[in-house]
Design a protein around this ligand. Structure first.
Ligand code: GTP
Ligand code: MG
Length: 112
């Protein structure tokens, strides 16, 4: 992955997107090698806010910033507000060093 320079620090910045309950926070925790994000029960949306967390890739690798997001189709019907927050964040990150990659999470058991 290509790293992003933020100030005098070089770090990878990853934004994780997807439908609610499909495992975004779990993937974020795997990336950080630590349970930094609360995981939900699939029925009710757990992640309500966009949460950036800094750590190391798989716990001990290079510096990384993982950004968990509320899921689309969330159980609070907050999609429009969440999308607005996401758009604002993407614009801000674009001005502030950029985003290394966007990971979209899908539940493997979802029928296509
Ligand atoms: N079997 C299985 N369960 C998983 C996997 N990944 C996540 N889960 C479970 O799925 C549930 C939801 O996971 P989360 O990581 O909270 O999902 P999310 O996309 O962050 O959900 P919201 O924040 O509510 O939008 C939790 O109970 C996880 O333990 C997986 O790969 N396999
Ligand atoms: Mg979550």
């Amino acid at each position: 992955m290509e790293a992003t320079t933020v100030g005098d620090e070089t770090k990878v910045r990853i934004v994780v997107l997807g439908k609610t309950g499909d495992g975004k926070s779990s993937v974020c925790n795997v990336f950080l090698g630590d349970k930094r994000f609360p995981e939900g029960d699939m029925l009710l949306s757990m992640t309500k806010d966009i949460v950036p967390v800094e750590g190391r890739w798989f716990g001990d690798g290079e510096k990384v910033e993982v950004i968990d997001t509320p899921g689309s189709c969330d159980s609070d019907y907050a999609d429009a507000a969440n999308l607005r927050k996401l758009a604002e964040l993407l614009l801000k990150l674009g001005r502030d060093g950029g985003i290394t990659c966007v990971v979209v999470v899908f539940k493997a058991t979802e029928t296509r």
